[in-house]
Design a protein around this ligand. Sequence first.
Ligand SMILES: Cc1cc2nc3c(=O)[nH]c(=O)nc-3n(C[C@H](O)[C@H](O)[C@H](O)COP(=O)(O)O)c2cc1C
Length: 190
Amino acid sequence: MTVSELILKNRSTRAFDESTPISKATMEELIRLAAKSPSGMNKQPVRYRVLSDAADIDKMLENCRFAGLLGIKLPPEGQKPTGFILMFTDKEAKSPEALALKDIGIAAEAILLGAAEKGFAGCMLGSFNPTRLLADFGISDRYTPQLAIALGKSAEEIRLIEAKDGNLNYYRDENGVHIVPKLPDADLFI
Ligand SMILES: Cc1cc2nc3c(=O)[nH]c(=O)nc-3n(C[C@H](O)[C@H](O)[C@H](O)COP(=O)(O)O)c2cc1C
């Protein structure tokens, strides 16, 4: 697949086919790829924790919120992610926060594009309690939780549409397809 195809394929996915799990080794491979991404001042402040045990995945699912706008239970029962990559910034890397957060975004996208290339999908999650996350997984507060990525094989249909009248709220249509409005050209270029 070309990079353009991967970017279009890489949709935030919140229901997974549990019969095809993503392995710990694959997630580690994605992290090694992401770690080759650009980094502000080359401080490389991003650190990772891989979750692949069912008990750890359940613990993380209890802490995060999927598609808050929809007000439905996601992921659905029996369609959980089969892995998580947790992303942190390391205080000791001494990267200015504004740069470190950009590094997180760049690395997260690299992970998801790499996952899409391997036939997996995922969802970035910023909605979780960071203190609880550190406690749940026994991680030092030297590391600041920034983003979680739920991963697995997609069991969802997702479609992009052009946003109308500035409405950017995603929704589910009558067939359960997840619809994501994206800005039209006229709003992109200033
Ligand atoms: C920084 C960031 C944080 C996000 N946090 C969450 C989250 O906590 N829960 C969730 O379900 N989706 C989360 N998302 C996914 C967005 O809802 C999603 O990107 C958006 O709806 C557009 O869909 P798309 O990624 O398929 O284009 C997050 C995305 C980003 C970039």
